[in-house]
Each structure stands twice: as structure tokens, then as C-alpha cells.
Design a protein around this ligand. Structure first.
Ligand SMILES: Cc1ncc(COP(=O)(O)O)c(C=O)c1O
Length: 377
């Protein structure tokens, strides 16, 4: 068997949605599908506004710009994340300050966040790891409110996740979702910001498109436009938004398929000594963008190799950002700076997870893990 880490879920409707825009022969940029997709996402998450971007990374860049985060400011982020969470403050001249994580949902540790707050702190930016809400998100919200700083959720990996009825993306002053190809719904590349602030929404629109004040569609109207601030071209193409619309229509089904697979994995893995499956806290609705287990650290890399030889792809999400070459060289970080993060990073292993993963494939994966663990006893 050959089992990849992820597979994209798509149906003929997705193809039709994209080809409809292509065949229309107009509005491949700034088309009506973008606004519709934004409205659907805002409604799904229960926020007033959404602005689509060409990636989650540019969306994070834009939300920090919109809140005027700049040189001299500090943004508290995890190191246990994808690099763009930490890079976003750097894009605007601010400093990322790393805080530790807890090892249940791999979210920011609120006690360590409190320790890291200084007079310069302007934002706390937690992630919701792999489809699971960050365990301390409500506490982080309180800490942010008490200290009059912003809470911006990097919810790149957790579209559709919730705590009780409260959606991930509804806790912070703003939140970002990514639609890159391994995410719960995908448009190939893409991202979005949700917020309830009209002022931030309007600024995001400007930043996303050259700082251009648009009273009518720039490409199709002949009127004069003006440019009122520094902006970028971070726009999502119309075909991409059309794909987003057809993907979001299927989200409940896709998440259910992921959750079923996760439940089966967990059922089988419970009998395997030395492997800890991901068990979300009570009332947490995990959407399993990833299925990450913990393995005794001396065995983790050998297990990876063992599985790879048997056709099973796995990955380490995440190696700590502060130990990448760039962060070591730029900021002088070294091993031991974030001991909890580093320890957890040595134990995590992300197994294949996607909606169409079959029961037999999960059985094959778990049997191989089990065999490996038996051989080491
Ligand atoms: C936690 C986290 N933040 C940010 C991003 C960046 O999103 P994108 O790849 O859409 O730029 C990702 C995506 O991989 C992510 O997992």
C-alpha cells in the first residue's frame, strides 16, 4: 500500500464552479464570487465581515498592518507552529516573542503568555493546532482584555472547529483561516480574515488591493480612482473563490469523514503501548485537519522510517520555529530556549489523514505501528 499524508477532496461540482468562471471569460479578477465566498465564510464562523486573500500568510500580514502593529511592538506567538505565524510580526517590523505551549491541544500556555507580556506587547497570536481548538483560548482572551492588547487567532488549520457552539475564529479581535491544499477546505492557495470591526474590514480591503479606494469595479468602470494608503496585491483570484464556494458547501460532510477516520484511528491506537492518540478536551469539536500522535522520543524517528519503508507517509508538525536557521541566526535562539516546546516537538508524529482515507488503510497503518512497537519491547 502507498498512503500519502493527505489527499485533496474534490467533486465534479468543484470543477464546474471553476470552469464556469473561466468560460464566463470575464471577472477572473475581482469577480462577484469573491464577495460571495467572503459572505459565506463570515456567516459560517458567525462574524460580521470577511476579506479573502491569496494566502493565509498574506492575510496575517494584512491583519497586523490593519491594526497598525509596527516597529517597537511585540507579538506573542508559539514556536510550535508553521513559520508564517512568527514571520507575520517581522513583516511589519515588530518582534515575535515566543511563548510555550501545553501538551493537550498544543495551544499557547496562558501562564507563560502572562510572563511574556511587556509594555511593548500589542498582540497575542495563538494557533488552533491541526483542527483542534486551542485549550486556553478563553483564558487568552481574558488576558488580552485585561492587558488591553489584541487577540488574533491563527486558525489556519481549524476551519469548522468549535468549543461547544463557539466557533474557532469567533474568540479573537480577528482570525485567519488558510485554504492551502492540505486544509479542511481548500482552494489550492488562499486565506481569509474574519472580524466584527467595520473599520478593520475597510482597512483590510485597502491593504489587500493597493490602498485603492474603489467606488466601482476598477477593471470595468471608467471612473477615476484614488490610492489613499500603502497597499499590496494580496487578492484572491475569482476562480479560487468559486472553488471556495463549492468547497464550503461540502464542509460538514468532509469534516464528518475526517472525524470518523479519527475515531477509528483512536479506537485502534488505544491498544498500542507507547502511542498517545490525540484526545480533545470535553466539548471540543476537533475537525482533524491533522491526526497527530505522541511517541516516545527515542523511537519517533525510527518509527517514521519504518512506516515510510512500508509506504506510509508521516510528518513532523512542527519542528520549533525558533530553531530554524533563520531564527537562530537573526535572533540568536538556541536549543533549550523553549524546553517544553522542544520536548513536545521531539515526540509528535502526524499520521495520514484525509476524508477518503479507508478503514483498511487505517488498519494497515496501525498494524504497522503496533508491529514496530512490539519489536522494540
Ligand atoms: C498555523 C499556520 N499558520 C499560518 C499558515 C499559513 O497559511 P498559508 O499556507 O495559506 O500561507 C499555515 C499554513 O500552512 C499554518 O498551518
Amino acid at each position: 500500500m502507498k498512503i500519502p499524508l493527505f489527499k485533496i477532496y474534490w467533486e465534479d461540482e468543484d470543477v464546474k464552479a471553476v470552469t464556469n468562471v473561466i468560460k464566463r471569460g470575464s471577472y477572473w479578477a475581482t469577480g462577484p464570487e469573491i464577495k460571495k465566498f467572503e459572505e459565506m465564510v463570515a456567516e459560517y464562523v458567525g462574524r460580521k465581515y470577511a476579506v479573502a486573500f491569496n494566502s493565509g500568510t498574506s492575510a496575517l500580514h494584512a491583519i497586523l498592518l490593519a491594526h497598525e502593529i509596527q516597529e517597537g511592538d511585540e507579538v506573542i506567538v508559539p514556536s510550535f507552529t508553521f513559520i508564517s505565524t512568527a514571520n507575520a510580526p517581522l513583516f511589519v517590523g515588530a518582534k515575535p516573542v515566543f511563548a510555550e505551549i501545553e501538551d493537550e491541544t498544543y495551544g499557547l500556555d496562558s501562564e507563560d503568555v502572562k510572563e511574556k507580556i511587556t509594555k511593548k506587547t500589542k498582540v497575542i497570536m495563538p494557533i488552533h493546532y491541526g483542527g483542534c481548538p486551542c485549550k486556553n483560548i478563553k483564558e487568552l482572551k481574558e488576558i488580552a482584555e485585561d492587558n488591553k492588547i489584541l487577540l488574533i487567532e491563527d486558525a489556519a488549520e481549524s476551519f469548522g472547529a468549535k468549543i461547544g457552539n463557539e466557533m474557532v475564529g469567533s474568540f479573537g479581535d480577528a482570525a485567519m483561516f488558510s485554504f492551502c491544499q492540505n486544509k479542511v477546505i481548500t482552494t489550492g492557495e488562499g486565506g481569509i480574515i474574519v472580524t466584527d470591526s467595520k473599520q478593520i474590514y475597510e482597512k483590510l480591503r485597502l491593504i489587500c488591493s493597493h490602498g485603492r479606494l474603489e467606488t466601482a469595479n476598477y477593471f470595468t468602470s471608467s471612473g477615476q480612482v484614488d490610492y489613499i494608503m500603502l497597499g499590496y496585491n494580496f487578492r484572491m483570484p475569482t476562480m479560487v473563490a468559486a472553488l471556495g464556494i463549492s468547497q464550503i458547501k461540502k464542509i460538514d460532510k468532509m469534516v464528518e469523514m475526517r472525524r470518523k477516520n479519527a475515531a477509528y484511528y483512536t479506537l485502534l491506537l488505544k491498544n498500542v503501548d507507547g502511542i498517545e492518540p490525540p484526545i480533545p478536551p470535553d466539548n471540543f469539536y476537533h475537525v482533524y485537519q491533522m491526526y497527530t500522535v505522541q511517541v516516545e522520543k527515542s523511537l519517533r524517528d525510527k518509527l517514521r522510517e519504518y512506516l515510510l519503508k512500508r509506504g506510509i507517509s508521516t510528518k513532523i508538525y512542527f519542528d520549533p520555529v525558533h530553531l530554524t536557521k533563520f531564527y537562530r541566526e537573526k535572533f540568536g535562539f538556541k536549543e533549550g530556549d523553549l524546553p517544553i516546546t522542544e520536548e513536545i516537538s521531539k515526540k509528535v508524529l502526524t499520521l495520514p489523514m484525509y476524508p477518503t482515507l479507508k478503514k483498511e488503510e487505517i488498519k494497515y497503518i496501525v498494524n504497522n505501528i503496533s508491529q514496530f512497537m512490539e519489536e522494540r519491547k
